[in-house]
Design a protein around this ligand. Structure first.
Ligand code: ARG
Length: 461
């Protein structure tokens, strides 16, 4: 069955049918399609465009279709062009002539615009919920590791000592921004396109405020041409998803490095690692690698829709049907990645001793040695030069700054005293980093309290 056979004198070529059809993928939003149709039918009844009885018959018919699809009694088959056609045909089959009135004052253009928006709106909430769960695990790890020392890196070279809490806190901030983006998108997208018709509204006295409120929108959109051809919210969401994946991918890269034989900072749980078919000793971080890998796929969805949209004149054009498959794939990919990543870090263990030993080597306390001199009155630039000489001396002897004798120190600068050892100990280096946002445990605990409070708030309203 077609919704548009009237003005045609020939059957459509079968290949054209296949090429044109979207039901194999747009059936994914059958719930949203029914939800939108129920609201439309209710409004048609309220406004007297159809009778109250007709409206009720249509709504009940739609509800029975929903129940039957959900229970598996009714199958969505590929013989229809799209989910909208399937629904209308099934409704007419079930309730007869009155079903033909559902599409009064509506076009598939505003219908698909609504369905996609409803589906995406749900997914924005779903991704937000997944992120919140991931952040709860990160926060738990932060709380337990405010005094687990590790080297902080720049250029992947040991730089200054930090803690596991501090390092994970960086990701907490990233995901917090991601959730902020989702909340912004939600607020901007939550307006209802239904009632825009094909592109120019309609001559029926539709109550668009009513359908908007029935569907949980803040209100109706204000330009019918824009409403049927706007996919900005999808682009924004895919962009936010790409940023989430970029964060997860960086985190994954660190997991791979920390899990390597050379680092051994962490140990992944057996349930979250995989083996090799040939090398019996292998325990690979496949989850982290796959998350890193799937990032490209999500970026691809964003690039695809941006490119699809760039040349489309107003208003609806069939190109826009291409908004669905890659978006759906991206939504599922991101949710899956967040959830698996969460399980992986929730079950992994830290090799605290190894991290601490690593932080003690590689001159991560060199800046602190310079700061020691500054506190004794040496200008920072001079102090920097003196400590540079100390480092050179240590490298030639294969020792750490902490291993030098006071005599050796004094040979390079007489300003050094016995208290240098305490000033550059790992504990001092971390504990005295107390600027806001720094790893010192006292400051870290204050930040953790802020994070705790954040976790109690709802971001999307
Ligand atoms: N399957 C179409 C889509 O996904 C639905 C809208 C079709 N409208 C039309 N006039 N052909 O965009």
């Amino acid at each position: 069955m077609k919704l548009w056979g009237g003005r045609f004198t020939k059957e459509t070529n079968q290949l054209v049918n296949n090429f044109n059809a979207s039901i194999s993928f747009d059936q994914k939003f059958f719930r949203q399609d029914i939800q939108g149709s129920i609201a439309h039918a209710a409004m048609l009844g309220e406004t007297g465009i159809i009778t109250k009885n007709e409206s009720l018959e249509i709504q009940n018919g739609l509800k029975s279709i929903l129940a039957d699809i959900e229970s598996g009694r009714l199958e969505i088959t590929d013989e229809y062009e799209d989910i909208h056609t399937f629904m209308e045909a099934t409704l007419i089959e079930r309730i007869g002539e009155v079903g033909k009135k559902l599409h009064t004052g509506r076009s598939r253009n505003d219908q698909v615009a609504l369905d996609m928006r409803l589906f995406t709106r749900d997914e924005v909430k779903n991704v937000d919920a997944e992120l919140k769960e991931l952040m709860a695990v990160i926060l738990r790890i932060m709380k337990e590791n405010t005094e687990t020392y590790m080297p902080g890196f720049t250029h992947l070279q040991k730089a200054q000592p930090v803690t596991v809490a501090h390092h994970f806190g960086a990701y907490f901030e990233m995901f917090k921004r991601d959730r902020g983006r989702l909340s912004d998108i939600y607020k901007r997208m939550n307006y209802c396109p239904l009632g825009s018709g094909a592109l120019a509204g309609t001559t029926y006295p539709l109550d668009r405020e009513l359908t908007a409120s029935l569907l949980g929108f803040y209100g109706p959109t204000l330009n019918s041409m824009d409403s049927v051809s706007d996919r900005d919210y999808l682009i924004e969401f895919l962009s936010a998803l790409s940023t989430i994946m970029m964060h997860l991918s960086r985190f994954s890269e660190e997991i791979c490095i920390w899990n390597s034989n050379e680092y051994k900072f962490i140990e992944l749980d057996d349930a979250y690692s995989t083996g090799s078919s040939i090398m019996p000793q292998k325990k690979n971080p496949d989850i982290a690698e796959l998350v890193r890998g799937k990032t490209g796929r999500v970026y691809g969805a964003l690039m695809s829709i941006l490119t699809t949209m760039k040349g489309i004149p107003l208003a609806y054009n069939k190109d826009m049907q291409e908004d669905k498959e890659l978006s759906f794939d991206a939504f599922d990919t991101v949710k899956g990645c967040i959830s698996l990543f969460k399980g992986m870090i929730d079950t992994m263990s830290f090799n605290a001793q190894r991290m601490e030993d690593s932080a003690k080597h590689g001159f991560t306390n060199a800046t602190d040695a310079a700061d020691y001199l500054v506190k004794k009155g040496v200008a920072f630039r001079d102090a920097h030069g003196i400590v540079g000489q100390l480092v050179l001396h240590c490298i030639s002897k294969g020792i750490a700054l902490d291993d030098m004798t006071l005599a050796e120190y004094k040979e390079i600068s007489p300003v050094f005293e016995e208290d240098i050892y305490d000033a550059i100990s790992l504990k001092t280096c971390v504990e005295t980093r107390l600027t806001l946002g720094a790893p010192g445990p006292e400051m870290m605990n204050k930040v953790i309290a802020v994070c705790d409070k954040y976790m109690q708030e709802n971001q999307i309203i």
